[in-house]
Design a protein around this ligand. Structure first.
Ligand SMILES: [Zn+2]
Length: 106
């Protein structure tokens, strides 16, 4: 697995965990908790977590597309370098995770 794929995999795993943990932040009177309905409710906290993860995933997709597009070059362009650095910044909140690699530090 290349450096970009490894970091993307790390990010996707952390965000999947965050989305899973977001379920813990429903309001006590939430119908999702009471009735086990699909996760559409008005609770503000899980919604904010889902939205932030969705934005981060969109940023990651853009970075991966930019890097993939330019991989035919023999060296990384400044755009790919910036895209990979952006991916490193996205991973920074998870720097204490046991699988975080210090080469990802921006
Ligand atoms: Zn809820």
């Amino acid at each position: 697995m290349g450096a970009v794929a490894a970091l993307a995999d790390f990010l996707n795993r952390r965000w999947a965990e965050e989305a899973q943990e977001a379920k813990l932040f429903h309001e006590l009177a939430c119908t999702v908790l009471a009735e086990g309905l699909p996760e559409t409710c008005d609770c503000p906290c899980p919604a904010r977590i889902y939205e932030r993860v969705a934005v981060d995933r969109r940023i990651l997709r853009g970075c991966e597309e930019r890097i993939t597009k330019e991989q035919q070059e023999l060296c990384w362009s400044i755009d790919s370098t910036l895209a990979f650095t952006t991916m490193k910044v996205l991973a920074l909140p998870c720097e204490l995770h046991s699988t975080y690699q210090y080469s990802w530090y921006p």
